[in-house]
Design a protein around this ligand. Structure first.
Ligand SMILES: Cc1cc2nc3c(=O)[nH]c(=O)nc-3n(C[C@H](O)[C@H](O)[C@H](O)COP(=O)(O)OP(=O)(O)OC[C@H]3O[C@@H](n4cnc5c(N)ncnc54)[C@H](O)[C@@H]3O)c2cc1C
Length: 357
């Protein structure tokens, strides 16, 4: 039996594995794919995201840097220059994190998880604590009875790695997304250095739909030649359940993604590491694995509250954000707020949320 069985080798699962091994816990990671595998993503590591990786002593690679970010909302253009967004590629990024954990790894598709046990198509894996870090369609969350996200609790984003060069300028265009999809969201173009440009388009709270057409149009508008196009949901549902007793949910499996920017790597790394720390306290210090959830809930609360606030902003914007008067009045303030939040200089702290529970 392992101290920790982790389902999912994305940033949440790999960070849990890194923290667990450093704390002296035995850990097994189960993923349905062998790394490196593609995960549709903009690959944007915001300043708060790469600073967190560096504080945790996690090694990572990035291939491009956005030193100038051009944002367009309601026909108004903003140019932000500050600490850069570092742009990585997820196949390499996730593989590098997993490898430095030193955890055991097995390829299997998990169908069910329960107290102390993970059941896959090929085997059953036992752990004193289980971490469900299996992303937006988490099988672990489903087997705990956490309501599976309904069609309107997801966002949708499509991306492609395109040939071309934007230098160190990155583009975020809210108008393009709205004009081509009729839904609130944004189109992005993040430089990946010699590898080209990560182009994408994402919208919030929508039934699943194919955004390939708008994405190809976006690439064409920028004069970029897209490669294969991939789409993936974003978990914008409830953040009210973080697991049950000794089964913890981390990253997007717990709904931890900023609903107004779509940023998820930061929350995945933070919650994964905290899940492992909670497991360490529960197993090694207290000798009561079933207390893991109560410890984890306390540790991860600031991140959960921040995500809950982002949901409120996201909901507000999806209703009113494309009213040009509202967008013009709030546009500059929102761009400033987002750049401060994603740089780690500020939080959404002033936005009131109802206390949980
Ligand atoms: C197109 C797009 C662009 C994005 N751009 C950005 C960005 O630029 N910056 C940013 O910070 N965030 C971005 N995000 C969000 C970010 O990608 C996610 O929030 C982040 O990957 C979540 O990490 P995770 O570890 O929780 O889950 P994931 O990265 O989704 O990893 C889950 C892992 O679990 C595995 N898995 C799933 N189901 C099972 C199963 N049943 N059994 C076994 N294994 C399973 C998967 O194979 C995967 O390896 C974007 C999302 C999308 C869709």
């Amino acid at each position: 039996m392992y101290d920790l069985v982790i389902v999912g080798a994305g940033p949440a699962g790999a960070s849990a594995a890194i923290a667990a091994r450093r704390l002296g816990l035995s850990a097994l990671v189960v993923d349905r794919f062998k790394p490196p595998r593609e995960k549709p993503c903009g690959g944007g590591l915001t300043p708060r995201s790469w600073k967190l990786l560096e504080r945790l002593g996690v090694e990572y690679k990035w291939y491009g840097e956005c030193r100038e970010i051009r944002v367009k909302v309601a026909d108004i253009k903003y140019v932000h220059r500050g600490e850069p967004i570092r742009v990585t590629r997820r196949p390499e990024f996730d593989k590098m994190l997993l490898e430095q954990s030193g955890a055991d790894f097995v390829v299997d598709r998990v169908v069910k998880a329960e107290a102390g046990r993970v059941i896959g198509e090929r085997g059953t894996y036992e752990g004193r604590v289980v971490v469900g870090a299996d992303g937006a369609n988490s099988a672990v969350a489903r087997s705990l009875g956490v309501p599976p996200p309904g069609p309107r609790t997801h966002g949708i984003a499509f991306m492609s790695i395109a040939q071309g060069d934007l230098g160190d300028t990155c583009i975020i265009d809210f108008d393009f997304a709205y004009e081509t999809t009729g839904a609130p969201g944004y189109a992005w173009a993040f430089t990946v250095g010699e590898r080209g440009v990560d182009v994408g388009i994402g919208i919030g709270w929508s039934p699943w739909r194919d955004l390939r057409g708008p994405l190809l149009k976006w690439a064409e508008q920028l004069g970029l030649k897209p490669g294969g196009v991939l789409g993936h949901p974003l978990s914008l549902g409830s953040v009210e359940s973080l697991g049950r007793e000794n089964v913890l949910l981390a990253g997007e499996a717990a709904g931890l993604v900023d609903a107004s920017t779509g940023e998820g790597i930061y929350y995945a790394v933070a919650s994964g590491a905290l899940a492992a720390f909670a497991a360490y306290i529960a197993v090694k210090v207290r000798g009561r694995p079933r207390e893991a959830l109560s410890i984890y809930s306390e540790l991860v609360k600031p991140y959960v509250d921040e995500v809950r606030r982002s949901r409120l902003i996201g909901r507000f914007l999806s209703k009113f954000g494309y009213n040009k008067t509202v967008a013009r009045a709030l546009g500059r303030r929102l761009v400033e707020l987002y750049t401060k939040v994603t740089s780690g200089e500020a939080t959404y702290g002033l936005i009131p949320i109802k206390p949980k529970g």
